[in-house]
Design a protein around this ligand. Structure first.
Ligand code: IVH
Length: 699
C-alpha cells in the first residue's frame, strides 16, 4: 500500500531539513525546502490520520510543521492554498453561504432483512436484464454527510447536505480535518473536476472521551457520534472544529469530468470499487480496506450478517451496510426514484435500544463542581450489555423530555458509548410518577449551588468540596493522566476518607506503613503502589498538564501547551492573547488556562509536586546521544515499564530490538532475566548493564 523506500528517503530528508540552518536561505532555496517539507508533512499526516500508523514522533512532526510555518511567514508568496499550514483557519464564520450541489445529495432506501435485500436484487435484475449482479458492499457510516469538490487537483469547496439540492459552504471547517487532502492528483486519472460524497465522523473512543470531558465541564453532551459530527462541522470557529478530532470517509464519486467536460467515469474507471481504490490511492480515507465485491445477493447477505456481528469492534459507529451495484454504467438504466437511487440500498442493523423503568435519580458532583443527575434503572440488557444507570445530562434535558421518577424510558446505546434516554414511554404512565427535584445545595458538601448564565448545569463552587477533590485526584491518576496503576477510584475514596490524602500532592507523601495496616493491603500491593507512584514522577509534562484537570484542557491541548514551555509552571507567563495564538486554543479555553495559572492555589500544587520529585520540566531531547545504538531488555524492571524505556532510548536516537544478536550494543537486565542474558554473555561486544546503569545513561 505504501512504498517503503520512499518512506525511508522522506524520513532521511526530514532529518536533513531539521538540521539545516534556514535563517539565511534565499527565496529560491526556501522554495525547494518548503516544497519538500509539504510533501513530508502530507506523508506523515496520511500515515497518522488515514493509516493510523505514524512513523515519526510528535516532536519531530511539530518541528517540521513549525519550520514550514516559519518559512512561509518569511516568504508569504510561497504559501499555497493546499499547504498543510492552511488547515488551521482562524476566521470566525457568522453564516455559511449557500451552495448548490453539482448533483443532488439523495438519501438511500432502507432494508431491514434478507428478504428486503432479495427484493432489491430482483428489481435490479429486472431493470438491467442481468441474471446475476455484482455488488459492492461497504459500511454505512453514521455521521454527517458532506460533499467535496476538487478542481484542478485542489480542494475548492466542501458543503453540508442541506436540503439535498442546496447545502452550506463549510470549506474552512472541512479544511481542518486532516483526512481530507487539500490537494489530490486527480489529473493523473484525467479528471479535472470531481464531486465526492462522504461522511464526517468522530471515532467512538474520541466521542466517549470528548463527551466525558463535556459532562465533567457541565456542557451538554452529544447523544451519539453522529450528533457530535454534525454539530461540529457547523461550528462557527474553525479552531473549535479542529479540536474535535473529526475524520472524514469518502464513499461515492457523484460527478467527474475531464478537460473537455466529458464524464470520465463511464469510459475508464467504471466500477464503484475502482473509484474507492482510486480515492484510497489519492490518500483519502475510504472504506477500501473493508469494501467487498460480491457476486449475487446471497453473498451480500452473508457479508452483511458478518458485519452485524463485528460492528462493535469497528472503531467508527456504523448503522448498517450500503449495497451498491458495482458497475456504474448501470446507474443510468437504474436511475433514481424521487428520493433514492435504485442502484443502491442501505441494510440497517438492529437498533440497540431497550425500555426500562427509572428507580431513582441521584446527583453526582464532578471534578469541576458540575452536578449531574443520574437515573438509576431497573437493569436492562441492551445489545449485550447490562445498563443500570443513565445520565440525564441536565435540567433542560429533563424538562424537554419530561422525565419523571418511575417513568418507563427508551434507552439507546450507540456502540460502546454512554447510554442515553431517547424518550419517555408516556403510555406506560400510571400516575405513580414523580417529578425530579433538583437539590438546592451540593449533595457532597452542602454548599448552595448555582447555574451560571449560559450554562446548562448547576455547579458547586466550593473548591474544597470533598467530591470535587476526590474527582480531581481520580482524574490526576487516570490512565490518560499520570497513569498511577493500583490506585482505583475506590482506593482513592478510602484514602481520602481516612485522611491519608487531602490534595493531589499528598499522593507523593503517602505513609506506607499506615497503608500496610489497612485491610486488603498486603506487602505486595503496597510495593506495587509505591512503584507506580514513583514511576509517575517521570511522565512527560503534557501528561502532568492534562492531569491538573484544567477545564477544557484535554490531551491535545495539553500537548500543545507542553510544546511551548520548558516547565509547566512557565505557563503562568502567558497572556490570554498569547494563548489564543496557539493551535486549537480559542478564547474560552485560553481564559480557563489563564485563570488556572493565575490562581496561587494551583501554582502551589505544581510547586509542591516539583519539590516532591515530580517531573515538571520537559526532558531536553539530546538527539543523537544514543544514535544507532541497539538496546535489548530482559527481565522485569523496578522503575520503568518497557514502553517508557523504549521511548527513552528512541528519544535519544537509539533503537530497541527484541532479540539478541551481534548488532546489539546493550542488554539491560532487570529482575528474573530470561535466556537473552545467556545468549548475550556469549557475545563479547554486548555490554550488559543493570536498570540503574541504564537510567544513569539516559538521564
Ligand atoms: S452512498 C446517492 N455510501 O447514508 C447515494 N452513503 O441514509 C449516495 N452514508 O446520504 C450515498 N455511509 O450520508 C453512501 N458507504 C456509504 C454511506 C452513505 C453513510 C450516508 C449518506 C447518505 C445516507 C443515506
Amino acid at each position: 500500500m505504501y512504498d517503503k523506500s520512499l518512506e525511508k528517503s522522506l524520513i532521511e530528508k526530514s532529518r536533513e531539513l531539521l538540521r539545516l540552518d534556514v535563517s539565511g536561505l534565499s527565496r529560491e532555496e526556501a522554495e525547494t525546502v518548503v516544497r519538500d517539507l509539504r510533501d513530508i508533512i502530507r506523508y506523515h499526516d496520511w500515515r497518522y490520520y488515514v493509516l493510523a500508523s505514524p512513523v515519526v514522533s510528535d516532536y519531530e512532526y511539530d518541528k517540521l510543521f513549525k519550520l514550514l510555518k516559519y518559512l512561509e511567514e518569511r516568504f508569504p508568496d510561497l504559501v499555497t492554498p493546499d499547504s498543510p499550514t492552511q488547515r488551521v483557519a482562524s476566521e470566525i464564520t457568522k453564516m455559511f453561504p449557500q451552495v448548490k450541489h453539482l448533483t443532488p445529495m439523495l438519501s438511500l432506501d432502507n432494508s431491514y432483512n434478507e428478504n428486503d435485500l432479495r427484493e432489491f436484487d430482483r428489481r435490479v435484475r429486472e431493470i438491467t436484464g442481468l441474471d446475476a449482479v455484482e455488488y459492492a458492499v461497504e459500511p454505512k457510516f453514521d455521521g454527517a454527510g458532506i460533499s467535496l469538490l476538487y478542481e484542478n487537483d485542489l480542494f475548492v469547496r466542501g458543503a453540508t447536505r442541506g436540503d439535498g439540492e442546496v447545502g452550506e459552504d463549510i470549506t474552512n471547517n472541512l479544511k481542518t480535518i486532516k483526512t481530507i487532502p487539500l490537494s489530490a492528483s486527480f489529473s493523473k486519472y484525467g479528471i479535472k473536476r470531481v464531486e465526492i460524497r462522504g461522511e464526517v465522523l468522530v471515532r467512538k473512543d474520541v466521542f466517549k472521551e470528548l463527551n466525558e470531558e463535556r459532562l465533567k465541564e457541565g456542557l451538554t453532551i452529544f447523544a451519539n457520534p453522529r450528533n457530535m459530527a454534525s454539530g461540529s462541522i457547523r461550528l462557527q470557529d474553525p479552531k473549535e472544529v479542529a479540536s474535535r478530532n473529526l475524520e472524514a470517509f469518502v464513499y461515492q464519486i457523484t460527478y467527474a469530468e475531464d478537460e473537455e467536460g466529458v464524464n470520465v467515469l463511464r469510459s475508464k474507471l467504471v466500477k464503484h470499487s475502482q473509484h474507492i481504490q482510486m480515492l484510497d490511492q489519492l490518500k483519502f480515507k475510504t472504506p477500501f480496506q473493508v469494501i467487498r465485491v460480491c457476486q449475487g445477493i446471497e453473498e451480500v447477505i452473508q457479508y452483511c450478517d458478518y458485519w452485524q456481528e463485528i460492528r462493535d469492534d469497528y472503531p467508527y459507529e456504523i448503522d448498517g451496510m450500503v449495497i451498491k451495484v458495482n458497475d456504474t454504467r448501470l446507474y443510468e438504466k437504474l436511475r433514481f426514484t424521487s428520493h433514492y437511487p435504485r442502484w443502491a440500498i442501505a441494510y440497517k442493523f438492529k437498533a440497540r435500544q431497550g425500555t426500562t423503568k427509572i428507580k431513582e435519580v441521584v446527583f453526582q458532583v464532578g471534578r469541576t463542581g458540575a452536578i449531574t443527575p443520574v437515573a438509576k434503572l431497573e437493569p436492562v440488557e441492551i445489545g449485550g450489555v447490562i445498563v443500570s444507570s443513565v445520565s440525564l445530562m441536565n435540567e433542560d434535558f429533563i424538562r424537554e423530555k419530561d422525565i419523571r421518577i418511575r417513568d418507563t424510558v427508551l434507552v439507546e446505546r450507540a456502540g460502546d458509548v454512554i447510554p442515553y434516554v431517547v424518550m419517555v414511554v408516556k403510555e406506560a404512565r400510571d400516575g405513580d410518577e414523580k417529578p425530579i427535584q433538583f437539590p438546592q445545595t451540593c449533595p457532597s458538601c452542602g454548599y448552595p449551588i448555582k447555574r451560571p448564565i449560559g450554562e446548562s448545569i448547576y455547579r458547586c463552587f466550593n473548591i474544597n468540596c470533598p467530591s470535587q477533590v476526590i474527582e480531581r485526584i481520580i482524574h490526576f491518576t487516570s490512565k490518560d493522566g499520570m497513569d498511577i496503576r493500583g490506585l482505583s477510584e475506590a482506593t482513592i475514596k478510602k484514602f481520602y476518607n481516612l485522611g491519608l490524602i487531602k490534595s493531589i500532592p499528598d499522593l507523593y507523601r503517602l505513609n506506607y506503613s499506615i497503608i500496610k495496616q489497612i485491610k486488603g493491603f498486603g506487602e505486595k500491593s503496597v510495593q506495587n503502589l509505591k512503584t507506580s507512584i514513583e514511576e509517575s514522577k517521570t511522565r512527560p509534562i503534557y501528561k502532568l498538564i492534562y492531569s491538573l484537570g484544567i477545564r477544557y484542557v484535554g490531551e491535545t491541548t495539553a500537548k500543545t501547551l507542553s510544546s511551548v514551555v520548558k516547565c509547566v509552571e512557565d505557563l503562568k507567563e502567558f497572556t490570554k492573547e498569547e494563548l489564543t495564538q496557539l493551535q486549537d486554543i480559542g478564547e474560552k479555553v485560553a481564559e480557563e488556562i489563564y485563570n488556572f495559572f493565575h490562581n496561587y492555589k494551583n501554582l502551589e500544587i505544581i510547586y509542591q509536586l516539583k519539590s516532591l520529585g515530580v517531573n515538571t520540566c520537559r526532558e531536553e531531547i539530546r538527539e543523537g546521544k544514543l544514535k544507532g545504538q541497539v538496546f535489548v531488555f530482559t527481565g522485569t524492571m523496578k522503575n520503568l515499564t518497557r514502553e517508557r524505556a523504549k521511548e527513552m532510548v528512541e528519544n535519544l536516537g537509539g533503537i530497541v530490538s527484541d532479540s539478541v544478536s551481534k548488532k546489539v550494543n546493550y542488554l539491560v537486565v532487570g529482575k528474573e532475566p530470561g535466556s537473552k542474558l545467556q545468549k548475550a554473555k556469549k557475545i563479547p561486544t554486548i555490554k550488559i548493564i543493570s536498570e540503574d546503569e541504564f537510567i544513569e545513561m539516559v538521564r
